[in-house]
Design a binder for this molecule. Structure first.
Ligand SMILES: [Zn+2]
Length: 74
């Protein structure tokens, strides 16, 4: 194999590696955004405060006045 060919292969594989890493980073960022928007939204019946909580919880306590509220649906 000629030295130039070796260098070309090396550069190409380096670029491919970088592109792959960028792709992985993009996927990771999208997954974080998806999980962030999957939070339940709650609206307090008592003080009308809108807040979010984990997806696992069905009812959440208002951080402002402490009243337990159901999931808010638009
Ligand atoms: Zn409240």
């Amino acid at each position: 194999m000629q030295p130039e060919t070796l260098l070309t292969v090396l550069i190409l594989s380096l670029l491919a590696g970088l592109g792959f890493l960028a792709l992985l980073d993009e996927f990771r960022r999208r997954r974080i955004q998806a999980s962030a928007s999957a939070d339940h939204i709650f609206r307090c019946d008592q003080c009308s405060m809108i807040y979010t909580d984990d997806v696992e919880v069905e009812r959440s306590r208002c951080p402002h006045c402490g009243r337990t509220n159901d999931i808010f649906k638009f």
